[in-house]
Write a protein that binds this ligand. Structure first.
Ligand code: DGT
Ligand code: CA
Ligand code: CA
Length: 362
């Protein structure tokens, strides 16, 4: 079977949403800022439109630096409004869901999807389907995105990043190696800055270089599982299924950590916005949940889950955070490092008596 896997990423997402709200900013450099509040310019750039990027503005750059680069222009600096972007994100994800067999959302503005069955394994049909998805997202939400289609997730992710903005890159199975080989090795999914450094010291610059390394020499520097993953992925073999974390009977959010970590406090700090987002969804759906889970994706890409179930269903944010913290500490107690981490609630019942809230998971 040849799989047909897609990866979709919305273009300059937060800034694009801001352009919808105020079309007058479309023709000027636009910077979405996370103000820390200390002084008028303290804080960092969340993202910027392409006009601002052309002048050297980048995500996570200090706002003061961005201001200097955009001096003398009519640049606009806007405060980040995450709730607004989440609303757009949810709308877009709902559109994609209508088209695909399975969807795995991996961030506020990106998702994997599997359309093997819907396209009957035909890349021409798949391409037409994705064009339709892009058109519908644009017509309904006025947002552009970039999409990659390929026989596996690793390649689909590379493909969505290949042409931006408003790109569509289709990698046919027979072109997979030719497409991947010249790419810088750090673009390969799962290869973070630390591993890139190690690989470069081995003389591995491109994915092609990595594919030519034999397994034994990789195993000298990485553990077996990760070595096998690297070797296979670089040669175009990746069986990782598209897994829907968000099924009808559960709600979940998953994030990729800024760097691999085994420190529960550092992880919770990064996971918090996702937990709050998940909680908003719970309230929106009007459900109580009985089970809370933490999903950890380890550095070797294996998955560990911890679940806590209680008698009395609830939907209280503080208790939810407390439960996730406990589960995470238990999971990390085994001495593992996480690459990605997620939170999930399940076992739903209809929300009714709000007085249960404070007791939940207490
Ligand atoms: P793209 O995909 O290259 O057209 O540009 P974006 O802006 O969509 O970049 P992406 O996909 O990496 O990130 C999606 C959103 O996440 C982005 O619009 C703003 C937010 N974001 C990305 N990087 C940072 C960061 O370093 N700090 C903060 N606060 N937000 C970020
Ligand atoms: Ca994006
Ligand atoms: Ca993204």
């Amino acid at each position: 079977m040849t799989r047909v896997i897609g990866h979709l990423d919305l273009d300059y997402f937060y800034a694009q949403v801001e352009e919808i709200g105020d079309p007058s900013v479309k023709n000027v450099p636009l910077v979405v800022c996370v103000f820390s509040g200390r002084t008028e310019t303290s804080g960092v750039v969340s993202t910027a439109n392409y006009r601002a990027r052309k002048m050297g503005v980048r995500s996570s750059m200090p706002i003061a630096v961005a201001k200097r680069r955009l001096e003398g222009t009519e640049a606009k600096f806007i405060r980040m409004d995450r709730a607004k972007y989440e609303a757009y994100s949810n709308q877009v994800m709902d559109i994609i869901k209508e088209y695909v067999d399975v969807m795995e959302q991996t961030g506020i503005d990106e998702t994997f999807f599997d359309i093997t069955r819907k396209s009957e394994e035909d890349y021409a049909a798949a391409t037409a389907m994705v064009k339709d998805i892009k058109l519908t997202v644009f017509e309904r939400e006025k947002l552009t995105c970039s999409v990659g289609i390929a026989p596996n997730k690793v390649a689909a992710k590379l493909a969505s990043d290949f042409k931006k903005p408003d790109g569509l890159t289709v990698i046919l199975p027979e072109n997979l190696k030719a497409f991947m080989d010249p790419m810088p090795v750090e673009k390969l999914y799962g290869v973070g800055p630390k591993n890139t450094q190690i690989l470069k010291e081995l003389g591995v610059m491109t994915i092609g270089d990595l594919g030519r390394k034999d397994l034994e020499s990789l195993e000298r520097v990485f553990d077996r599982k990760f070595s096998v993953y690297l070797h296979n992925a670089a040669n175009g073999f990746d069986d990782e299924p598209v897994v829907s974390y968000i099924e009808a009977k559960q709600i979940s959010r998953i994030i990729t950590l800024k760097q691999d970590s085994g420190d529960s406090q550092a992880i919770v700090a990064q996971l918090s916005p996702a937990i709050e987002d998940l909680h908003r969804k719970v309230i929106e759906k009007g459900v109580f949940f009985r089970s809370v889970s933490v999903i950890g994706i380890l550095t070797d890409l294996s998955i560990k889950t911890r679940t806590k179930t209680v008698e009395v269903p609830g939907n209280d944010l503080l208790s939810l955070k407390k439960a996730i913290n406990e589960l995470l500490v238990a999971l990390l107690g085994e001495g593992v490092e996480l690459r990605r981490v997620g939170a999930r609630v399940s076992d739903f019942s209809e929300a009714k008596n709000q007085s249960f809230l404070s007791e939940y998971l207490g």
